[in-house]
Design a protein around this ligand. Structure first.
Ligand SMILES: [Zn+2]
Ligand SMILES: [Zn+2]
Ligand SMILES: [Zn+2]
Length: 143
């Protein structure tokens, strides 16, 4: 494994002192190439298509670790039973979810950095990321 083959997130993982095991790299790759929202089953299938020797337990341990590091968050946008994991590029991820047609609109700019800094000061906490979801009617359903 050479440095130039590492994605920025793999780099971040290693910088945080975590070993880049096969399973962790395969899960990270599945998430990065999977196009955004993936259930654990989809991640598992993708990982096993690449390397069948990686077990279910290692995949779930990797997902837990990535969640703790705010690389991903589980969200229940597509189903109330199985969470989909979303990536938190730069530590955040934002949705507007239409309560009528369930359409999910993504947006980048949240302007919450000031609020995060203020909360850290006021409540003496260390924030590593956020997942923000607005609910309402999309343009199609509102008109
Ligand atoms: Zn809608
Ligand atoms: Zn999303
Ligand atoms: Zn944000």
């Amino acid at each position: 494994m050479t440095d130039r083959a590492l994605s920025p997130r793999a780099q971040r993982l290693r910088d945080a002192g975590h070993k880049l095991t096969n399973a962790r790299l395969a899960v990270l790759d599945a998430l990065e190439t999977g196009g955004g929202h993936m259930t654990s089953t989809e991640i598992l299938n993708r990982v096993n298509a690449r390397d069948a020797s990686i077990g279910r337990a290692s995949v779930f341990r990797a997902l837990d670790l990535f969640t703790r590091l705010s690389i991903i968050r589980p969200t229940y946008i597509d189903s109330s039973m199985t969470p989909a994991y979303v990536m938190l590029p730069d530590g955040h991820h934002h949705h507007i979810i239409c309560t009528n047609c369930n359409r999910v609109i993504e947006f980048e700019d949240c302007g919450l950095n000031r609020l995060a800094a203020e909360l850290e000061r006021r409540l003496n906490v260390q924030l590593t990321g956020h997942l923000l979801e607005f609910y309402g009617l999309c343009d199609r359903c509102a008109s």
